[in-house]
Design a protein. Sequence first.
Length: 256
Amino acid sequence: MLSVFLHLFRKDFTIFLRDYKSKFYDTLSLFATNILVFGYLMPGEGLSADYGPFLLVAAIGSFGLIEIVGKLGLFLSDLEGEKSISQLLIMPVRSFGLFIYMALFWAISSMLLAVVLFPCGKLLLWKQWDLTLISYARLVLSFLAGNLFFGAFALWLASLIPSISSLNTIWLRYIAPLWMFGTYFFSWHTAYEAHPLVGLCLLINPIVYVIESMRSAALGPSAYLPYWLSILAMISFTIACMWHAIRRLKRRLDCI
C-alpha cells in the first residue's frame, strides 16, 4: 500500500511542480492586493493601523478555502471525462485509503503555496507586523491543522456536488458564506460583543477556528478564541468531513 501511495504522490507532485510558478504568481497577486489595500489605504478610512497584519494572517489561514474550487473542478471534470479515479480504485489499495490520500495531497499542495506568503506578507507590511508576537510552534500547528481541514472539506464537497456544471454552487452556497462569516474581516469577540447571538451562531463555522487559531498564534492570544479550543474544533470538523465524504464517495463511485 505504501508503494502505491508513494507512486501516486510522485506523479501528483510532478504535475503540481509543473504549474507551481503560475499558481504562485496568481496567489501572490490576489494576496498582495488585499494586503496593500487594507494595510496602507483603508486605515485612511478609519480602520485600525494594525489592521494589515490582522488581515494578512486571515488571508494566509483561509487560502486553502479559496483553493478548493480549482481542486474540485479538476476532480469533477475527471469524473465526467477520463475517469482516471476509476483506474485508481482497482489498484491494490482500499478505497478509503485513496480518499484519505486525496485529502492529504490537496492539503499539502495548499500548504506549499500558502507557506511562502508568510515572508511575502512580512515584506509587504514590514514594520507593521511584529514578529516577536509570534508563537512559532503554535503557528505551525494551526497552519497544519487548518490545511488538513481544508483537504477534508474539499473531499466532502466533492461528495456533494453532482457535476461540473454545478461548480459555481460551491462558491455561492458554501465557500462565500463560510468565508464572509469566518472572521476574515473581524474577530469572533468583535462579533460576539456586537451581537451575542450572532457570535454564538458563528461557532458552527469551522473557518472561524482556522482563522482565530492563526491570529492567536501570530498576533498574540488575548483577543481571540482560546487556541486549544480552536485546534480541537478543527480536528473534530476534519474527522467529521472525512468520515461523511468517504461514505458518500464510496456509494457514488460504487466502491467494493
